[in-house]
Design a protein around this ligand. Structure first.
Ligand code: 7TS
Length: 414
């Protein structure tokens, strides 16, 4: 169902763009057009400054020092937890586990919840459009437990085939793990519906939200997600930091995934007991400055407003689709009406990496390749696509430059 374009927000995005100094540079002699936001978004000065201040004035290890600086660092570090709770509408801040990113979050669920709850013959349902981060950990756990992986197919327009899903799911299905927004196709999946079907069949819903949380308001309680994973570096924060949300009753029953400092209660050679959730899952010295930076990134995004961001990006992505589909020979890979901030395409006679290189010479950064989603590219019979992925700080001018760049590249192949 096509989404209505909401009113243009009363936010000055031209002013906001100025916070991103990295965008204000030339690449190969041309002003940079950054359209690789699905890989990693850029960081505004407010976040960089906050991390710099932390390093210069507040740094100490967390959770272990009685001294003032350690307590200050701990306060700064813990701040992100409450902000994430508010952002995703979790019931409790202890449902927010710090990880190093979406990949780490999904590995945590697979290795802790998965290993504990799966046995031979149990089923894990994934989809054909998953990022490798939501495939490989489950394959590794399936191998250890004897569980079986089933895959929801993707339709020609790049949507999940929900009828096929209903046929696949059985009383042996224990886990349904699905991407909220596909990084390769841009498809926004009906995650709440998928969760309802999972729960009716007694399975838990794991959501890879790496490409959703940066672009729209997400409510984990409304979705009724049992687990929800995302990365800070795709939402104006630093690399090396991410979140796993989990329902407290599930987390409380889960064994630790990694052992070490901070995750214990008492240690002896005879027996070790473990810390409470979320600390049970946060062994060792964490990425403290990254948490502090992420906290600042959340303030930044909240100041703009996630609804405003969604509206702005929706307008940009609609414009991008409208413009690129007029290019002769260009075929979209993934053409869902429910699309978020990603446009992926191919040409019969131009290889994606050639196109990407020519665009780069014109200062235009796009991603080419399989986008760590090989199964879905195989589904569409292509080895690689060119992908433009947008953020709120992009402009229609960026998209016009992309279209001009593609038209220019085409002249080499005529
Ligand atoms: N899931 C999805 C849907 C993703 O898009 C990505 C990263 C990940 C998981 C992994 O996130 P990480 O932060 O743990 O690495 N996606 C991309 C991309 O599209 N291009 O580069 C990375």
């Amino acid at each position: 169902m096509p989404q209505a374009v909401k009113d243009i927000p009363a936010v000055d995005f031209d002013k906001i763009r100025k916070d991103f100094s990295v965008l204000n540079q030339t690449v190969n002699g041309q002003p940079l057009v950054y359209l690789d936001n699905a890989a990693s978004s850029q960081m505004p000065k407010q976040v960089a400054d906050r991390m710099d201040h932390y390093h210069r004035h507040e740094h100490a290890n967390v959770h272990r020092g009685i001294h003032t600086l350690s307590q200050k660092a701990t306060d700064a570090y813990e701040e992100a937890r409450t902000k994430v709770q508010e952002l995703i509408h979790a019931d409790h801040e202890y449902e927010v586990i710090y990880t190093t990113g979406t990949t780490d979050s999904l590995n945590l669920v697979a290795n802790s919840y998965g290993l504990e709850n799966l046995s031979k013959g149990d089923e894990i349902i994934l989809t054909e459009m998953e990022h490798h981060a939501n495939i490989v950990p489950w394959q590794m756990i399936a191998k250890k437990t004897g569980a079986i992986i089933k895959v929801i197919p993707v339709t020609d327009s790049g949507e999940l085939d929900l009828e096929a899903y209903k046929d696949l799911i059985t009383s042996s299905t224990k886990i349904v793990s699905v991407v909220h927004v596909s990084n390769a196709l841009g498809t926004m999946n009906p995650i709440k519906k998928i969760g309802e079907i999972a729960h009716e069949n007694g399975a838990v819903l794991v959501v890879d939200g790496a490409q959703a949380v940066p672009h729209q308001a997400v409510d984990v309680q409304d979705i009724d997600a049992d687990f929800y994973a995302f990365s800070a570096h795709k939402m104006c924060g630093p690399t090396g930091f991410g979140i796993l949300y989990g329902k407290k009753k599930l987390l409380d029953a889960m064994p630790p995934y990694r052992g070490g400092g901070d995750m214990i209660d008492k240690v002896s050679f005879e027996e070790t007991t473990f810390n409470v959730v979320p600390f049970r899952f946060e062994a060792g010295t964490p990425p403290i400055s990254a948490a502090v930076g992420f906290s600042a990134a959340l303030d930044y995004l909240n100041d703009i407003g996630m609804d405003q961001i969604e509206t702005r990006e929706h307008e940009l992505v609609n414009y991008a689709v409208e413009r690129v589909t007029k290019i002769d020979g260009l075929k979209l890979v993934g053409n869902s009406a429910n699309r978020a901030s990603v446009v992926s395409f191919v040409f019969d006679d131009i290889h994606a990496s050639d196109l990407g290189m020519i665009l780069d010479k014109r200062g235009i950064a796009v991603r080419t390749g399989h986008h760590c989603a090989q199964p879905v590219l195989r589904r569409f019979g292509v080895p690689a696509t060119t992908r433009a992925s947008l953020s709120f700080y992009n402009t229609k001018d960026d998209i016009d430059r992309l279209v001009d760049g593609i038209e220019y590249a085409k002249t080499f192949f005529e």
